[in-house]
Design a protein around this ligand. Structure first.
Ligand SMILES: NC(=O)c1ccc[n+]([C@@H]2O[C@H](COP(=O)([O-])OP(=O)(O)OC[C@H]3O[C@@H](n4cnc5c(N)ncnc54)[C@H](O)[C@@H]3O)[C@@H](O)[C@H]2O)c1
Length: 352
Protein backbone atom coordinates (compact mmCIF):
# COMPACT_ATOMS: atom_id res chain seq x y z
CA UNK A 1 0.00 0.00 0.00
CA UNK A 2 1.24 3.49 -0.84
CA UNK A 3 -0.23 6.15 1.43
CA UNK A 4 0.17 9.89 0.98
CA UNK A 5 -0.61 12.50 3.63
CA UNK A 6 -1.47 15.84 2.03
CA UNK A 7 -0.69 18.94 4.14
CA UNK A 8 1.97 18.53 6.82
CA UNK A 9 0.86 21.07 9.43
CA UNK A 10 -0.33 20.38 12.98
CA UNK A 11 -2.75 17.66 11.97
CA UNK A 12 -1.14 16.31 8.82
CA UNK A 13 2.36 15.98 10.24
CA UNK A 14 1.17 14.28 13.43
CA UNK A 15 -0.88 11.89 11.32
CA UNK A 16 2.08 11.29 9.00
CA UNK A 17 4.46 10.60 11.93
CA UNK A 18 1.92 8.26 13.55
CA UNK A 19 1.41 6.30 10.34
CA UNK A 20 5.17 6.06 9.69
CA UNK A 21 5.29 3.73 12.72
CA UNK A 22 2.21 1.75 11.66
CA UNK A 23 3.11 1.36 7.99
CA UNK A 24 6.90 1.60 7.77
CA UNK A 25 8.11 2.42 4.26
CA UNK A 26 4.60 2.96 2.89
CA UNK A 27 4.05 6.62 3.75
CA UNK A 28 4.97 9.76 1.91
CA UNK A 29 3.92 13.33 2.70
CA UNK A 30 3.33 16.37 0.51
CA UNK A 31 3.05 20.04 1.39
CA UNK A 32 3.16 23.15 -0.78
CA UNK A 33 5.24 24.93 1.84
CA UNK A 34 8.79 24.23 0.62
CA UNK A 35 10.39 25.50 3.83
CA UNK A 36 8.32 23.04 5.80
CA UNK A 37 9.24 20.22 3.43
CA UNK A 38 12.96 21.05 3.69
CA UNK A 39 12.74 21.14 7.48
CA UNK A 40 11.02 17.73 7.61
CA UNK A 41 13.42 16.23 5.08
CA UNK A 42 16.38 17.36 7.16
CA UNK A 43 14.82 15.36 10.02
CA UNK A 44 14.77 12.26 7.80
CA UNK A 45 11.10 12.22 6.77
CA UNK A 46 10.02 11.11 3.31
CA UNK A 47 8.21 14.21 2.10
CA UNK A 48 7.97 16.30 -1.04
CA UNK A 49 6.60 19.58 -2.35
CA UNK A 50 6.25 18.14 -5.84
CA UNK A 51 2.95 16.40 -6.60
CA UNK A 52 4.43 15.00 -9.82
CA UNK A 53 6.59 12.69 -7.67
CA UNK A 54 3.45 11.06 -6.26
CA UNK A 55 2.40 8.27 -8.57
CA UNK A 56 0.59 5.03 -7.79
CA UNK A 57 -0.85 6.27 -4.49
CA UNK A 58 -3.46 3.88 -3.04
CA UNK A 59 -4.67 6.04 -0.15
CA UNK A 60 -4.72 9.84 0.01
CA UNK A 61 -5.21 11.28 3.49
CA UNK A 62 -5.95 14.95 3.08
CA UNK A 63 -5.36 17.40 5.92
CA UNK A 64 -4.46 20.73 4.36
CA UNK A 65 -5.68 23.93 5.97
CA UNK A 66 -9.06 24.25 4.31
CA UNK A 67 -9.24 27.89 3.28
CA UNK A 68 -12.53 29.71 3.84
CA UNK A 69 -14.04 28.29 0.63
CA UNK A 70 -12.13 25.00 0.69
CA UNK A 71 -9.68 26.44 -1.86
CA UNK A 72 -6.54 24.69 -0.48
CA UNK A 73 -8.32 21.39 -0.72
CA UNK A 74 -9.26 21.96 -4.36
CA UNK A 75 -5.75 23.22 -5.15
CA UNK A 76 -4.43 19.92 -3.79
CA UNK A 77 -7.01 17.81 -5.65
CA UNK A 78 -6.13 19.63 -8.85
CA UNK A 79 -2.49 18.56 -8.55
CA UNK A 80 -2.93 14.98 -7.35
CA UNK A 81 -2.27 12.19 -9.84
CA UNK A 82 -5.23 10.04 -8.87
CA UNK A 83 -4.99 6.38 -9.73
CA UNK A 84 -8.23 4.44 -10.46
CA UNK A 85 -9.24 2.29 -7.47
CA UNK A 86 -7.68 4.58 -4.88
CA UNK A 87 -9.21 5.87 -1.66
CA UNK A 88 -9.36 9.61 -0.94
CA UNK A 89 -10.11 10.53 2.65
CA UNK A 90 -10.69 14.18 3.45
CA UNK A 91 -9.72 14.77 7.06
CA UNK A 92 -9.75 18.60 7.06
CA UNK A 93 -12.68 20.46 8.60
CA UNK A 94 -14.95 21.60 5.77
CA UNK A 95 -17.45 24.38 5.19
CA UNK A 96 -20.79 22.51 4.92
CA UNK A 97 -21.48 21.59 1.29
CA UNK A 98 -17.82 21.10 0.33
CA UNK A 99 -18.00 17.33 -0.12
CA UNK A 100 -20.64 17.77 -2.83
CA UNK A 101 -18.27 20.11 -4.64
CA UNK A 102 -15.43 17.58 -4.21
CA UNK A 103 -17.55 14.81 -5.69
CA UNK A 104 -18.56 17.01 -8.65
CA UNK A 105 -14.90 17.88 -9.16
CA UNK A 106 -13.85 14.21 -9.21
CA UNK A 107 -16.76 13.14 -11.39
CA UNK A 108 -15.77 15.95 -13.73
CA UNK A 109 -12.40 14.20 -14.05
CA UNK A 110 -14.26 11.08 -15.24
CA UNK A 111 -14.29 9.05 -12.02
CA UNK A 112 -17.35 7.14 -10.83
CA UNK A 113 -17.48 7.21 -7.05
CA UNK A 114 -17.84 3.79 -5.49
CA UNK A 115 -16.69 2.10 -8.69
CA UNK A 116 -13.29 3.35 -9.74
CA UNK A 117 -12.66 5.87 -6.97
CA UNK A 118 -13.54 5.79 -3.27
CA UNK A 119 -14.18 9.10 -1.53
CA UNK A 120 -14.84 9.51 2.20
CA UNK A 121 -14.91 12.34 4.72
CA UNK A 122 -13.40 11.51 8.13
CA UNK A 123 -12.98 14.86 9.89
CA UNK A 124 -10.21 15.13 12.43
CA UNK A 125 -11.13 15.74 16.04
CA UNK A 126 -7.84 15.37 17.90
CA UNK A 127 -7.43 17.32 21.14
CA UNK A 128 -3.80 18.36 21.34
CA UNK A 129 -2.57 18.33 24.91
CA UNK A 130 -5.14 15.63 25.79
CA UNK A 131 -4.85 12.84 23.20
CA UNK A 132 -1.57 10.93 22.99
CA UNK A 133 -1.82 10.43 19.22
CA UNK A 134 -3.98 11.81 16.42
CA UNK A 135 -5.82 8.49 16.22
CA UNK A 136 -7.04 8.17 19.83
CA UNK A 137 -10.48 9.73 19.37
CA UNK A 138 -13.60 8.07 17.90
CA UNK A 139 -14.05 9.26 14.31
CA UNK A 140 -17.06 9.98 12.16
CA UNK A 141 -17.08 8.76 8.55
CA UNK A 142 -19.44 9.72 5.73
CA UNK A 143 -19.49 8.87 2.03
CA UNK A 144 -21.71 9.09 -1.04
CA UNK A 145 -21.86 5.33 -1.65
CA UNK A 146 -21.84 2.12 0.39
CA UNK A 147 -18.80 0.91 -1.52
CA UNK A 148 -16.91 4.04 -0.44
CA UNK A 149 -17.92 3.47 3.19
CA UNK A 150 -16.80 -0.14 2.94
CA UNK A 151 -13.38 0.87 1.56
CA UNK A 152 -13.03 3.53 4.25
CA UNK A 153 -13.95 1.03 6.97
CA UNK A 154 -11.19 -1.34 5.83
CA UNK A 155 -8.62 1.41 6.22
CA UNK A 156 -9.78 3.17 9.40
CA UNK A 157 -11.19 0.31 11.52
CA UNK A 158 -7.73 -0.94 12.58
CA UNK A 159 -6.52 2.63 13.16
CA UNK A 160 -9.08 4.30 15.43
CA UNK A 161 -10.89 3.27 18.63
CA UNK A 162 -14.37 3.72 17.12
CA UNK A 163 -15.63 4.54 13.65
CA UNK A 164 -19.08 6.12 13.58
CA UNK A 165 -20.51 5.69 10.08
CA UNK A 166 -23.20 8.09 8.95
CA UNK A 167 -25.37 7.51 5.91
CA UNK A 168 -25.49 11.18 4.84
CA UNK A 169 -22.08 12.69 4.12
CA UNK A 170 -23.42 16.14 5.04
CA UNK A 171 -23.84 14.82 8.58
CA UNK A 172 -20.14 13.97 8.73
CA UNK A 173 -19.27 17.49 7.54
CA UNK A 174 -21.64 19.15 9.94
CA UNK A 175 -20.66 16.96 12.90
CA UNK A 176 -17.16 18.44 13.05
CA UNK A 177 -18.29 22.03 12.61
CA UNK A 178 -21.06 21.63 15.19
CA UNK A 179 -18.63 20.06 17.66
CA UNK A 180 -16.50 23.21 17.57
CA UNK A 181 -19.40 25.66 17.44
CA UNK A 182 -20.96 23.97 20.47
CA UNK A 183 -17.73 24.67 22.33
CA UNK A 184 -17.77 28.26 21.07
CA UNK A 185 -21.31 28.81 22.35
CA UNK A 186 -20.44 27.18 25.69
CA UNK A 187 -17.49 29.54 26.16
CA UNK A 188 -19.56 32.58 25.16
CA UNK A 189 -22.21 31.51 27.68
CA UNK A 190 -19.52 31.14 30.36
CA UNK A 191 -18.27 34.66 29.61
CA UNK A 192 -21.76 36.09 29.95
CA UNK A 193 -22.45 34.32 33.25
CA UNK A 194 -19.03 35.27 34.59
CA UNK A 195 -19.79 38.92 33.77
CA UNK A 196 -23.13 38.63 35.54
CA UNK A 197 -21.46 37.11 38.63
CA UNK A 198 -18.96 39.98 38.74
CA UNK A 199 -21.82 42.50 38.48
CA UNK A 200 -23.61 40.80 41.36
CA UNK A 201 -20.53 40.30 43.54
CA UNK A 202 -20.78 36.52 43.28
CA UNK A 203 -17.85 34.12 42.97
CA UNK A 204 -17.83 32.49 39.54
CA UNK A 205 -15.59 29.64 40.71
CA UNK A 206 -18.13 28.81 43.41
CA UNK A 207 -20.89 28.87 40.80
CA UNK A 208 -18.93 26.47 38.59
CA UNK A 209 -18.33 24.16 41.50
CA UNK A 210 -22.04 24.15 42.28
CA UNK A 211 -23.27 23.73 38.69
CA UNK A 212 -20.64 21.19 37.68
CA UNK A 213 -21.45 18.93 40.60
CA UNK A 214 -24.10 17.40 38.32
CA UNK A 215 -22.42 15.05 35.89
CA UNK A 216 -24.23 16.11 32.71
CA UNK A 217 -23.47 19.83 33.05
CA UNK A 218 -20.26 21.70 32.41
CA UNK A 219 -20.02 25.42 32.97
CA UNK A 220 -16.64 26.29 31.47
CA UNK A 221 -13.86 28.49 32.80
CA UNK A 222 -13.34 31.71 30.87
CA UNK A 223 -10.18 32.93 29.17
CA UNK A 224 -9.40 36.11 27.23
CA UNK A 225 -12.03 35.09 24.75
CA UNK A 226 -12.60 32.55 22.03
CA UNK A 227 -9.35 32.22 20.12
CA UNK A 228 -7.32 29.63 18.30
CA UNK A 229 -7.82 28.91 14.65
CA UNK A 230 -10.58 26.33 14.73
CA UNK A 231 -13.44 27.67 16.85
CA UNK A 232 -13.84 31.10 15.19
CA UNK A 233 -13.28 29.59 11.73
CA UNK A 234 -15.83 26.83 12.21
CA UNK A 235 -18.30 29.32 13.65
CA UNK A 236 -17.96 31.33 10.45
CA UNK A 237 -18.40 28.13 8.36
CA UNK A 238 -21.66 27.43 10.16
CA UNK A 239 -22.93 30.99 10.15
CA UNK A 240 -22.49 31.08 6.37
CA UNK A 241 -25.07 28.31 5.96
CA UNK A 242 -27.18 28.57 9.10
CA UNK A 243 -29.02 31.74 9.99
CA UNK A 244 -29.13 31.76 13.78
CA UNK A 245 -29.63 34.52 16.30
CA UNK A 246 -27.97 32.34 18.93
CA UNK A 247 -24.78 32.03 16.89
CA UNK A 248 -24.77 35.73 16.05
CA UNK A 249 -25.24 36.47 19.75
CA UNK A 250 -22.37 34.18 20.76
CA UNK A 251 -19.98 36.03 18.43
CA UNK A 252 -21.20 39.36 19.77
CA UNK A 253 -20.88 38.12 23.37
CA UNK A 254 -17.24 37.23 22.74
CA UNK A 255 -16.48 40.69 21.33
CA UNK A 256 -18.36 42.35 24.20
CA UNK A 257 -16.36 40.36 26.73
CA UNK A 258 -13.02 41.80 25.62
CA UNK A 259 -14.54 45.28 25.22
CA UNK A 260 -15.67 45.03 28.81
CA UNK A 261 -12.16 44.11 30.02
CA UNK A 262 -10.70 47.06 28.11
CA UNK A 263 -13.40 49.44 29.41
CA UNK A 264 -12.90 48.27 32.97
CA UNK A 265 -9.16 48.94 32.73
CA UNK A 266 -9.69 52.39 31.22
CA UNK A 267 -6.65 54.34 30.04
CA UNK A 268 -3.34 55.68 31.26
CA UNK A 269 -2.57 52.55 33.31
CA UNK A 270 0.37 50.21 33.63
CA UNK A 271 -1.18 46.84 32.84
CA UNK A 272 0.29 43.38 33.33
CA UNK A 273 -1.36 40.73 31.17
CA UNK A 274 -0.67 37.25 32.50
CA UNK A 275 -0.90 34.56 29.82
CA UNK A 276 -0.62 35.34 26.14
CA UNK A 277 -0.79 32.03 24.27
CA UNK A 278 -4.08 31.31 22.49
CA UNK A 279 -4.88 28.73 25.12
CA UNK A 280 -3.40 27.69 28.45
CA UNK A 281 -0.63 25.14 27.96
CA UNK A 282 -0.26 25.53 24.18
CA UNK A 283 2.71 27.61 23.08
CA UNK A 284 1.21 29.45 20.15
CA UNK A 285 0.39 33.13 19.74
CA UNK A 286 -1.49 32.76 16.45
CA UNK A 287 -5.19 33.68 16.73
CA UNK A 288 -4.67 34.52 20.41
CA UNK A 289 -7.31 36.71 22.04
CA UNK A 290 -4.63 37.55 24.64
CA UNK A 291 -2.69 39.23 21.85
CA UNK A 292 -5.84 41.04 20.67
CA UNK A 293 -6.43 42.20 24.23
CA UNK A 294 -2.89 43.56 24.63
CA UNK A 295 -3.24 45.52 21.41
CA UNK A 296 -6.68 46.86 22.43
CA UNK A 297 -5.36 47.93 25.85
CA UNK A 298 -2.45 49.71 24.17
CA UNK A 299 -4.80 51.41 21.72
CA UNK A 300 -6.84 52.63 24.71
CA UNK A 301 -3.74 54.45 26.01
CA UNK A 302 -2.25 51.96 28.47
CA UNK A 303 1.30 50.65 28.81
CA UNK A 304 1.10 46.87 28.69
CA UNK A 305 3.57 44.31 30.04
CA UNK A 306 3.12 40.62 29.47
CA UNK A 307 4.20 37.31 30.93
CA UNK A 308 3.52 33.73 29.93
CA UNK A 309 5.23 30.72 31.47
CA UNK A 310 5.50 29.10 28.03
CA UNK A 311 7.59 31.92 26.54
CA UNK A 312 11.00 33.34 27.43
CA UNK A 313 11.44 37.11 27.68
CA UNK A 314 13.39 37.05 24.43
CA UNK A 315 10.58 35.23 22.67
CA UNK A 316 8.04 37.72 23.96
CA UNK A 317 10.08 40.76 22.99
CA UNK A 318 10.91 39.12 19.65
CA UNK A 319 7.15 38.93 19.02
CA UNK A 320 6.69 42.63 19.76
CA UNK A 321 5.63 42.54 23.44
CA UNK A 322 7.18 44.00 26.59
CA UNK A 323 7.99 41.12 28.93
CA UNK A 324 7.31 41.89 32.56
CA UNK A 325 10.54 40.49 33.95
CA UNK A 326 12.78 42.89 32.03
CA UNK A 327 11.49 45.61 34.30
CA UNK A 328 12.04 43.48 37.38
CA UNK A 329 8.41 42.61 38.06
CA UNK A 330 7.62 46.29 37.78
CA UNK A 331 3.87 45.87 37.74
CA UNK A 332 3.63 43.61 40.77
CA UNK A 333 5.71 46.07 42.75
CA UNK A 334 3.32 48.82 41.77
CA UNK A 335 0.16 46.76 42.02
CA UNK A 336 -1.06 48.56 45.09
CA UNK A 337 -0.86 51.84 43.27
CA UNK A 338 -4.05 52.94 41.59
CA UNK A 339 -2.60 53.27 38.08
CA UNK A 340 -1.51 49.61 37.92
CA UNK A 341 -3.62 46.65 36.92
CA UNK A 342 -2.84 42.92 36.85
CA UNK A 343 -5.02 40.82 34.52
CA UNK A 344 -5.14 37.02 34.86
CA UNK A 345 -6.45 35.02 31.94
CA UNK A 346 -9.23 33.23 33.83
CA UNK A 347 -10.05 36.18 36.08
CA UNK A 348 -10.00 38.98 33.58
CA UNK A 349 -12.91 40.88 35.14
CA UNK A 350 -11.82 40.44 38.75
CA UNK A 351 -8.86 42.77 38.97
CA UNK A 352 -8.65 45.47 41.62
N1 LIG B 1 -5.13 21.94 14.67
C1 LIG B 1 -6.17 21.33 15.23
O1 LIG B 1 -6.25 21.21 16.46
C2 LIG B 1 -7.26 20.73 14.36
C3 LIG B 1 -8.14 19.84 14.95
C4 LIG B 1 -9.12 19.24 14.16
C5 LIG B 1 -9.21 19.58 12.82
N2 LIG B 1 -8.35 20.48 12.27
C6 LIG B 1 -8.49 20.77 10.83
O2 LIG B 1 -7.43 20.10 10.13
C7 LIG B 1 -7.02 20.86 8.99
C8 LIG B 1 -5.54 21.16 9.08
O3 LIG B 1 -5.31 21.91 10.24
P1 LIG B 1 -3.83 22.19 10.77
O4 LIG B 1 -3.99 22.72 12.14
O5 LIG B 1 -2.96 21.02 10.52
O6 LIG B 1 -3.40 23.38 9.77
P2 LIG B 1 -1.93 23.96 9.57
O7 LIG B 1 -2.11 25.35 9.11
O8 LIG B 1 -1.07 23.67 10.76
O9 LIG B 1 -1.33 23.07 8.38
C9 LIG B 1 -1.92 23.01 7.13
C10 LIG B 1 -0.83 22.62 6.13
O10 LIG B 1 -1.49 22.43 4.87
C11 LIG B 1 -0.57 22.88 3.89
N3 LIG B 1 -1.27 23.09 2.62
C12 LIG B 1 -2.09 24.12 2.25
N4 LIG B 1 -2.50 23.94 0.99
C13 LIG B 1 -1.94 22.78 0.55
C14 LIG B 1 -1.97 22.08 -0.70
N5 LIG B 1 -2.69 22.53 -1.74
N6 LIG B 1 -1.26 20.93 -0.79
C15 LIG B 1 -0.51 20.48 0.25
N7 LIG B 1 -0.44 21.11 1.44
C16 LIG B 1 -1.14 22.25 1.57
C17 LIG B 1 0.04 24.12 4.49
O11 LIG B 1 1.23 24.50 3.85
C18 LIG B 1 0.24 23.67 5.94
O12 LIG B 1 1.52 23.12 6.15
C19 LIG B 1 -7.91 22.12 9.00
O13 LIG B 1 -9.03 21.89 8.19
C20 LIG B 1 -8.32 22.24 10.46
O14 LIG B 1 -9.53 22.94 10.61
C21 LIG B 1 -7.36 21.05 13.00
Amino acid sequence: MKICVVGLGNIGFNLFAHLCHKFPGEIIGVDVNETRVKELRSQGYRVTADYRALTGIDVWLMAPSTGNQGQNLFAALEQMIIRPGSLISIESTLPPGTMSRVSEFLEGKGFILGTDLFLIHVPHRVMFGVDKTVCDTPRVMGAFTRACLEKGRQFYDPLVPLLVEVSDIRVAELSKVVENVKRYVDVAFAQEIYGYCVDQGMDYDDLRLAVNSKNNVELLATDWGIGGECLPKDMSFLRTVCNSILLEGAEQADRNYRDRIVNQVGSGKQVLVRGLSYKTGVKDLKHSRGVDLVRALEAAGNTVWVEDPLFTSDELSGSGFSPNDVVDQRIEKQSKEKDSVVLDRQKALNFQ
